[in-house]
Design a protein around this ligand. Structure first.
Ligand code: GLY
Ligand code: MN
Ligand code: MN
Length: 445
């Protein structure tokens, strides 16, 4: 993803992030910021390195995948300095800076050691805040503070509003992820195992597992009832019934977060998926700036309660299902979260730039977003229903057990559950659905 257009978008992004950072530094009493890209961790008692996930505050400034050991120094009013780590090493391929015009906005020092990196920085860092992992020489470098919480709060809070560059990256991450989902669905229809389906997803995205924004959830049949299922069974089950795939792709450090559920042919489960798809679209249609996400979550619980009654899973009114907490036994997670440089992006429950928490509604402890939506927020919309033993067993034994149609639950349990998840850019009038748009583009001739 690079063109004259994206170069202009990146320039505007850099302007915006510089302005926001300058305000945050001034409010916290610092004059400079030093961001670490990250360094790979050594495995315990081993000489092998873990895959490195670059630090999000660094990625916000520098859209490079290969930047281990690098630093970014920013002082308001001056060009940011990228201290790019490039070690001559005949064991490994040394990192390279791409020939891309966005780098023109940075002063660049290429260094091969920490000593050289220090020499590329101002003599005194006594008014500079450092954000990253501490390393042995850091104290001797003399920063004013290491990971100061008051500064992190301000930077985190601001990250909810995406710049046009960030939205472009997320749009592309959805386009890539949608290709992956299409290939994964085909692998499922061809009778593939969870492992095969995962391989198909990776191949179509042209991304390695370690490059994905989060570990994909590839759950066949009842495995879909494990919310963060991480097995990849090498053999397909004897009977294929359903697939829940929650998998996203990366673009310049920004990730998509996409879930689809498919029935292998059972019309009843297929109809339930279609009902959830309608419900999810209906919720997307109510998103716009000014909406309190806590109210959105509660609206989703009401609509899921209605779906559970209409699908004859519950034998009460939707109102009773909400009031008695029945619906949350089938929908135990939050409706969505902020998305960006991290799949669960920072600041989702933060009350303001200085920190503080906006409490979750009582009875909904898993909600990751409690803020009022603003234009430029990117959020996921991911309602679901699941048949989870650990949540249903106490319900069966309790006083409300008679409100559940257990025969129907038993018939649906082998399918695990359903989640439909899209990524939305909030606008004043509504939202842009990055995920549906990406799938629609794939379907166009
Ligand atoms: N893939 C993690 C989530 O949907 O929140
Ligand atoms: Mn999500
Ligand atoms: Mn997801």
């Amino acid at each position: 993803m690079h063109s004259p257009d994206t170069a202009a978008l990146f320039a505007a992004h850099l302007h915006d992030i510089s302005r926001r950072t300058a305000t945050a530094l001034a409010a916290c009493g610092y004059e400079g910021l030093l961001l670490q890209a990250g360094e790979p961790a050594l495995r315990f008692l081993d000489d092998q390195y873990e895959p490195l996930h670059l630090h999000p505050p660094f990625k916000a400034w520098v859209p490079l995948a290969d930047a281990a050991g690098s630093l970014l120094y920013f002082e308001p009013g001056r060009r940011p300095r990228l201290i790019f780590h490039r070690q001559e090493d005949y064991w490994h391929k040394s990192a390279e800076l791409p020939a891309e015009s966005w780098l023109d906005a940075f002063d660049i020092s290429i260094v091969g050691s920490r000593t050289a990196a220090r020499a590329a920085l101002p003599t005194s860092l006594a008014r500079t805040a450092y954000i990253g992992q501490p390393f042995p020489e850091l104290l001797a470098w003399g920063p004013a503070a290491i990971n100061p919480q008051h500064l992190l709060h301000r930077l985190d809070f601001d990250r909810a509003r995406k710049t046009a560059w960030e939205v472009a990256c997320l749009r592309e991450a959805n386009a890539i992820g949608a290709r992956g989902h299409r290939a994964a669905e085909a692998a499922f229809r061809a009778g593939g195992s969870e492992f095969d389906i995962h391989q198909a997803f990776l191949a179509a995205c042209e991304q390695r597992e370690q490059e994905l924004p989060y570990n994909a959830i590839v759950a066949l049949n009842e495995a879909a009832a494990t919310l963060h299922y991480q097995q990849l069974q090498r053999r397909a089950p004897a009977e294929l019934r359903s697939l829940l795939l929650d998998a996203g792709a990366d673009c310049r450090g920004y990730g998509s977060d996409i879930t689809r559920t498919w029935s292998f042919g059972d019309p009843d489960f297929g109809a339930l998926i279609a009902a959830m798809d309608d419900l999810q679209r209906g919720l997307c249609a109510t998103v716009h700036a000014g909406v309190d996400w806590r109210a959105m979550h509660l609206l989703a619980v009401e609509r899921i309660a209605t779906l559970l009654v209409e699908a004859e899973i519950l034998r009460c009114t939707p109102q009773q299902a909400v009031e008695q907490g029945l619906a949350t036994h089938f929908f135990p997670h939050g409706l969505g979260h902020l998305l960006g440089l991290q799949v669960h992006d920072v600041g989702g429950t933060q009350a303001g730039p200085e920190g503080g928490e906006i409490p979750r509604p009582a009875g909904h402890p898993a909600l990751r977003l409690t803020r009022v939506l603003e234009p430029g927020f990117v959020v996921t919309m991911e309602p679901g229903i699941y048949f989870i033993d650990a949540l249903l067993a106490p319900l069966r034994q309790g006083p409300q057990g008679s409100q559940v149609n257990w025969q129907r639950v038993a018939a649906l349990q082998p399918f695990g559950g359903i989640r439909i998840e899209d990524d939305l850019v909030v606008t004043t009038a509504g939202c842009e659905n990055l995920t549906r748009d990406a799938f629609a583009a794939l379907s166009r001739p």
